[in-house]
Ligand binder design. Structure first.
Ligand SMILES: [Zn+2]
Length: 231
């Protein structure tokens, strides 16, 4: 088929990209904050690395669990909706044809055409037509829970590994500025790259993540300092 004008859309690739970037962002921000907080309390380097490593594993697992549960419950909702729809198609076929026609009328088709489209789609694949046009479920949008869990845990770990590795080659006295600087550089690049792929202005994306990163690290450093004095 000859397609004279097929513009490139970005929404299809934004799902997994968004998940990966968010995972890596989380990994950088939470691990760098953890390291900065523990370092500000005056902990030794070996303890800082231990805290960072524990934070990496805990965070990755928490990402995996959260992602799995959220995708799974989305799946359950979709399955329940499809079950209701299937039953409705069995029990009230005529009403379901009319329901579909009403949807197309509300989208701007005239009476005759709406009924014709509804008739033909009901002959073609009734459940698919109702799932898509009435409930808004399409097969491409349905996510894989285990896959989503794995990739967000991996993205988090990759993000978390960067500040953790930076601790090992930084002298203890310089940790409080080296780790934040590395974290902010990475966050800035990641934010800009994600914005670019998503078609948004890179600088804005970059500033946004850096702002939240600074806030998180500043806050944990303060808390670490307070606890370091108190203990
Ligand atoms: Zn229906």
């Amino acid at each position: 088929m000859n397609v004279p004008h097929a513009e490139k859309h970005r929404i299809h690739r934004s799902g997994w990209l968004r998940a990966a970037v968010l995972g890596a962002n989380d990994g950088i921000v939470s691990t760098a904050s953890l390291i900065v907080g523990v370092a500000a309390a005056g902990a030794e380097k070996s303890n800082i690395i231990l805290a960072g490593a524990a934070g990496l594993v805990a965070g990755a697992m928490s990402m995996a669990a959260g992602e799995y549960v959220s995708v799974k419950s989305q799946e359950d909702t979709e399955a329940a909706d499809l079950k209701i729809e299937k039953q409705a198609l069995l029990d009230h076929w005529d009403e379901e044809v009319e329901e579909l026609a009403a949807i197309y009328r509300s989208r701007g088709l005239n009476d005759e055409l709406a009924t014709e489209v509804a008739d033909q789609l009901m002959k073609h694949n009734p459940l698919e037509a109702h799932a898509r046009d009435e409930i808004g479920i399409t097969s491409e949008l349905s996510a894989q829970p285990l896959q989503a869990a794995f990739w967000s845990a991996l993205a988090f770990s990759v993000g978390a590994a960067a500040p953790l590795l930076s601790v090992s080659f930084t002298p203890p006295g310089a940790l409080l500025w080296v780790v934040p600087v590395i974290a902010l550089l990475l966050l800035g690049c990641l934010g800009a790259a994600a914005a670019r792929v998503g078609g948004a202005p890179p600088l804005r994306g970059s500033m946004r993540v850096c702002f939240w990163g600074m806030l998180a690290m500043g806050l944990t450093a303060t808390v670490g300092k307070i606890f370091g004095i108190a203990l």
